[in-house]
Unconditional design. Structure first.
Length: 377
């Protein structure tokens, strides 16, 4: 009876399960002698080898650039918001904008977007010439040495890292909006293939119109001739009193205007005989800057302006509801502050509202330093 076929198998093929073996798949399975070993051998041959993480990885670096951070007080090599240099991995001894991080083994470089002030960008001797940035079909960004990310029909297109158009195009009636964000419409980037670029240390940036001319010729830096009080230097001081910054450089109404924020560096009052003189210097050179209340001319016959009107160090008191002037400034007015233009000890100012801003993406190839807990065993 047992020699007959049971369930398709003869009794001579049955297994003895009285002593369970770890080689048996599970109870009730039917395996001929030697088959389990064959299966395990076949499985070893077909399984993928142990996973080994790659030795390198691609890392994205976002660098945000503000043209106001350039060394704008350095007269020997003046830069503008549309033409300036950025040192990657630089130090305080460099005379350019500095990014503390340096980037090696670069495999791709791109300028994702730029943000620019949308005021009149090209000025001449007549006010009838008043083009704005959004009057251009596009802007181009060139960085010396990082070119030919794509090819075009002229030199400007060969050198640009992208074709930049406003994120939201504006009709003429809204052209006076303060800032415009320009996106990289062409979505192009400079790729270093097959070998990465070993090191990028300096970005020599130019923002131009389609003809390769700098997008703006506005002057954002002025020399300071004198700072003085607009009325008689006497107490009490009223809300109609202001400070006048008379510049040694003339400017037009597009370059500096009401509500612009200016920053001053290197200013020194002409009479340093009083402690208040040093306090005045510190206040003028403060990094928080000063808002422009108005622009004026020392000589009405000139076509350009040379005076910026700024507030004094004073506030409207929340307790009394009237003007509260800083004590040291009241003392300074009585002791020394002039109410006429007397040449001071230099200094420069910059317009924070006419700067360019840029978002850069740098991709680098780096060693994979991922660690697993097993590495600590």
């Amino acid at each position: 009876m047992f020699n007959t076929i049971i369930g398709g198998y003869t009794n001579s093929d049955t297994l003895d399960y009285s002593t369970p073996s770890r080689d048996a798949p599970f109870r009730g399975d039917k395996v001929a002698p030697g088959t389990m070993e064959n299966r395990l051998q076949l499985q070893d041959e077909t399984l993928a080898p142990d996973y080994t993480p790659p030795d390198t990885k691609i890392k994205n670096h976002i660098v945000v650039i503000n043209s106001i951070d350039r060394n704008w007080t350095y007269s020997a090599n003046p830069e503008t918001p549309c033409k300036f240099k950025v040192k990657l991995g630089g130090s305080s001894r460099d005379r350019f904008s500095i990014v503390s991080q340096d980037y090696k083994n670069v495999i791709a470089f791109s300028v994702e977007k730029i943000i620019l002030p949308n005021r009149v960008c090209q000025v001449g001797y007549t006010s009838n010439l008043a083009p704005r940035l959004n009057d251009n079909p596009y802007l181009a960004v060139a960085i010396q040495g990082i070119n030919f990310s794509s090819y075009g029909t002229n030199k400007t297109l060969n050198e640009t890292l992208g074709i930049y158009t406003p994120l939201i195009p504006l009709p003429t009636t809204l052209s006076d909006i303060s800032y415009l964000e320009f996106k990289n419409t062409s979505i192009q980037r400079k790729e270093y293939s097959p070998a990465p670029e070993g090191y990028i240390s300096l970005l020599d940036i130019s923002i131009t119109n389609p003809g390769g001319v700098l997008a703006s010729n506005l002057n954002d830096v002025l020399g300071i001739y004198s700072i003085y009080l607009n009325t008689s230097n006497s107490i009490p001081i009223s809300t109609s009193d202001t400070l006048v910054i008379q510049t040694s450089t003339y400017f037009n109404s597009a370059e500096f205007r009401i509500n612009d924020l200016i920053q001053v560096q290197g200013y020194q009052y002409h009479n340093m005989s009083y402690d208040e003189s040093a306090q005045f210097n510190n206040w003028v050179n403060s990094s928080q800057g000063h808002y422009v209340l108005d622009i004026k001319k020392s000589n009405p016959a000139t076509d350009l302006y040379n005076q910026l009107i700024i507030p004094m160090p004073a506030t409207l008191s929340r307790d009394t509801g009237v003007l509260a002037v800083d004590d040291w400034f009241s003392s300074f007015v009585i002791k020394s502050l002039s109410n006429v233009a007397i040449q001071d000890g230099g200094g420069k100012l910059i317009n924070a509202n006419t700067q360019s801003h840029m978002v850069v993406n740098i991709k680098t190839l780096e060693k994979n330093d991922n660690l697993f807990f097993k590495d600590f065993d």
